[in-house]
Design a protein around this ligand. Sequence first.
Ligand code: XMP
Length: 516
Amino acid sequence: MDTIAVLDFGSQTAQLIGRRIRECGVYAEILAGTEPIPESLVSEIRGIVLSGSPASVHEPESPRIHPSILELGVPVLGICYGLQQIVDAAGGRVSRAERREYGRSRLHLRQDHPLFNNVPDGFVSWMSHGDSLAELPADFVLIAESEHGLPAAVRNADSSIVGIQFHPEVSHCEYGTQILENFATGICKARQSWSMEQYVDTARTNIQSTAGEGSVLVLISGGVDSTVVAALILSALRKSQVHLMYVDTGLMRAGETEEVSTTLEQLGAEHVHIIDAKERFYDALEGKPDPEEKRRIIGDLFISIQQEELAARKIGEGFLAQGTLYTDMIESGKGVGKYAKVIKSHHNVRSPLVQKKRDDGLLIEPLSWLYKDEVRDLGRVLGLPEHVVGRHPFPGPGLAVRILGSVTPERVRVLQAADRIYIDELHKRKLYDRIWQAFCVLLPISSVGVAGDDRAYGGVVALRAVVSVDGMTADVYPFESRDILEISARITNEVPEVGRVVYDVSSKPPATIEWE
Ligand code: XMP
């Protein structure tokens, strides 16, 4: 299939570039920019995009494109650092800009170029760079300038290389998808043969050829990603080959374990292993208020229970399939390139079982370059019901990171009760699908109130609701005040332990989505 290779030099947005190109119907694959293109792909590549990077061309260790890639003879588009490394290599000069450009900048087109077909002069681009082009290489020509007069787009003599200083992939960049489409279909002439149905076919074929007759274990978390992986694996292999394992940590949302069982049954799974480990988690968490310690306890216990159960049931021998998304990998510093900065570790990436399977070539991760909403589309193509594919993300450590301070079975029960009402109200008010993630947080304090004629001392619940594309950044959902007041009243009326409800109005950054 005609493919655009997106070469990752450690950018947080390399995957987003790929995703935007796929939105135009052209298949895009993310590859490490510092290594040659795999032999099996070379004949499919119609064009190359070089991603940005936190690095600067002035750093001695900065990542550089593997020379063999430029010999493929296909058009190249450099974005930000991608542009700067081309200019640096071609004899131009990149320098620390006197004026750094961050955020919106109007661009002025200085020359007609197919990259800007159907894009008006003066459109608003999105900049994020400290280095700038100080001098173009001899055969390069300026195509566009930023509102501060800095070079914003250039090309070489025959236009086989174009470079842009701004980021067309981010949603704030006007005409960004149009510019990437102009490159992929106009300049590279790549055919628009990508679709989710076609992706499912390819993923099934890959799973069949990887797993053969071997057994495949899928660890189910209750979330969208692992459920979609389970559905995909079950649709690709014989049901008797597939084992699904779910550990009930006692830190799940109300009714979640029952819902998971029902969904797996509906998928026709033959081997479902549901492990009730609530008491072990509650015992281990008793008297442990520190957030990092709670995460560590949960991660470690999860791993030991997994190992014990797999050994006891003799099901851990073959392949392991899991729903790791690219954003999980990149947040753990395990993106395609090795230069992405580590933001935080997710336990599905660091588990010894996963590491061993990865080392032994027994790991199947069919979602690892998809975004959450693409995973949802994939689930729909596989026929999963809307309430399953539309579910908000849920963190691995579960409600433990939403119960600030020590976790007790009683506090879990109170939080589940409040959260159930909140989510139920969002569904009733048709707000659930407009929100990326909504949940209650139980605070480690009590507050004074009145119940009847008596003074009461009750718990405090914070409501969180954010909109986001991938969880990396998030804005607060702007509720109508009437909705939030009615939801709050229902929680305090129906959950006697809660005396006060507050609304969290912090975006990410500077706050994170979860409170711990
Ligand atoms: P933060 O709180 O970092 O969350 O803004 C971003 C997204 O990641 C989820 N999250 C986690 N998911 N294990 C997970 O699998 C974790 O330890 C974890 N911590 C946060 C969070 O719910 C949000 O969607």
